[in-house]
Design a protein around this ligand. Structure first.
Ligand SMILES: [Zn+2]
Length: 196
């Protein structure tokens, strides 16, 4: 009786192992096809960074192993991985090598965290641009026309409508171009945010 049970257990174990391999393969393909993830990684670490990140897709891997597989210096691999780590695209765990006493770092990709962090940063940027837009819309600016900074009405009045830099007369400055540019940028960022 007990023999039969343990045999069944073995069969179940084998099935689970097979299933796991299948899931890994599937998740690797899914990650490779993930264009948003690709865009996020390329923005952070460039095309070469993406090539390195691809090695992590579907499996956890040591940085030395990536360097060996790609035939590049391990320092370069680590530099890219740290950049991705700071942007929450990858995570790692370290294991002490019993023979050498050194730590080996195993890296994995974190697609959901990467997306969330990217979206979070985009939202912060939108907020910043909206604040700037509010200021542009609610302020009358004055400018000398010589490429110096434009001043809000209060500051221009304090300076007797003379440019503090070149001394020329300050004239009303039409900032409608800036307003339109900001509106477009915000709209485009909002539109993209939906895709992530
Ligand atoms: Zn000036």
């Amino acid at each position: 009786m007990s023999k039969k049970v343990s045999k069944n257990k073995k069969v179940i174990k084998k099935k689970v192992a097979k299933k796991r391999v299948k899931i890994k393969k599937k998740s690797k393909q899914k990650l490779l096809n993930d264009v948003v993830l690709k865009e996020i990684i390329i923005r952070i670490a460039g095309e070469r960074g993406y090539e390195i990140a691809k090695e992590l897709m579907g499996n956890e891997i040591a940085d030395e192993e990536i360097a060996k597989r790609m035939g590049i210096r391990v320092n370069l691999v680590r530099k890219v991985l740290y950049e991705l780590y700071e942007n929450r695209v990858v995570s790692y765990h370290r294991v002490r090598d019993e023979h050498s006493g050194w730590y080996v770092y195993y890296w994995r990709i974190e697609p959901e965290r990467a997306r969330e962090y990217f979206k979070h940063n985009k939202r912060l940027l939108i907020q910043k641009l909206e604040d700037r837009l509010d200021t542009e819309r609610s302020t009358s600016f004055f400018n000398c026309g010589n490429g110096d900074l434009k001043l809000p009405f209060e500051l221009a009045a304090e300076n007797d409508f003379k440019c503090p830099r070149c001394g020329d007369k300050l004239e009303p400055y039409d900032n409608s171009g800036v307003v339109i540019a900001l509106e477009r940028q915000i709209e485009s960022l909002r539109h993209h945010l939906v895709e992530y």
